[in-house]
Design a protein around this ligand. Structure first.
Ligand code: SAH
Length: 237
């Protein structure tokens, strides 16, 4: 692997070690299973998935990639952790999902290989695990066709997100393994917006994800103080 690869081997190992439990809805990946219908509907409303060519960057075990393919998109899932990709492939086979494939390649390398080739790019819960998130944002911007959509989600860096996403989710409620998220790597909405602008993407909409530990339910609203999503577009037709 090249020395300049924008990836943290410890992060990739963390996801590989847990990969066999990716499709267990009661595992460490329960939060991803629970938020999936919310983010899927939001994407499908803004940029209808049927018939679109989509790349899911940092797809992991394929929870979102598989669901987008089931909505009729032609989906390529990419990641740099080998085990989650194998699990994703196996799941597609077992579930009989058509229109999804997976590849171990970086966003930057795929962008060099297939620029302006995708109608929609998704990059969810991934930017907070990479050394240089701005480089991933630039790669996503070059992967998408003019007029296409790029969706991001990540975790804010604030006192509230430290309390909720680290102390609450990892230590008190134990929704996620300790060490899943590192405070310093979390990204403020203003910082992600600046990365998007610098990459030539226009911010169309931002949403927040909230969680009620008593009902164990998630919902989306306009509060981006902890977990949030951006819908952006590349200008052009
Ligand atoms: N996007 C998926 C999975 C999120 S978990 C979802 O929301 O359901 C974070 C994923 O990012 C893991 O699969 C991890 O292997 C991947 N990842 C971390 N660093 C990466 C990098 N530099 N390039 C590609 N994928 C990366």
């Amino acid at each position: 692997m090249s020395e300049t690869l924008n990836a943290d081997p410890a992060e990739l190992a963390k996801f590989s070690d847990l990969a066999h439990r990716w499709w267990d809805p009661e595992s460490e990946f329960r939060p991803l299973h629970q938020i999936n219908p919310l983010r899927l509907d939001w994407i499908d409303t803004l940029a209808p998935l049927k018939g679109r060519r989509v790349v899911d960057v940092g797809c992991g075990g394929g929870i979102l990639a598989d669901a987008m393919a089931r909505k009729g998109a032609d989906v390529l899932g990419i990641d740099l952790a080998a085990k989650p990709l194998k699990i994703a492939q196996l799941h597609a086979l077992e579930a009989g999902t058509a229109g999804v494939s997976y590849r171990e390649i970086s966003a930057e390398a795929l962008a060099a290989e297939q620029p302006a080739s995708f109608d929609t790019v998704t990059c969810m819960e991934m930017l907070e695990h990479v050394p240089d998130p701005a480089s991933i944002v630039r790669a996503c911007a070059s992967l998408v066709k003019p007029g296409g959509w790029v969706f991001f989600s990540t975790i804010n860096r604030s006192a509230k997100s430290f309390a909720f996403a680290i102390v609450g989710a990892e230590y008190l409620l134990k929704l996620l393994p300790r060490g899943t998220h590192e405070y310093a790597k979390m990204i403020r909405p203003s910082e992600l917006a600046a990365h998007c602008r610098a990459a030539g993407l226009e911010l169309t909409e931002s949403r927040g994800l909230q969680y009620n530990p008593l009902t164990r339910r998630y919902w989306m609203d306009g509060d981006t103080s902890v977990n949030y999503l951006f819908a952006t577009r590349k200008p052009g037709t």
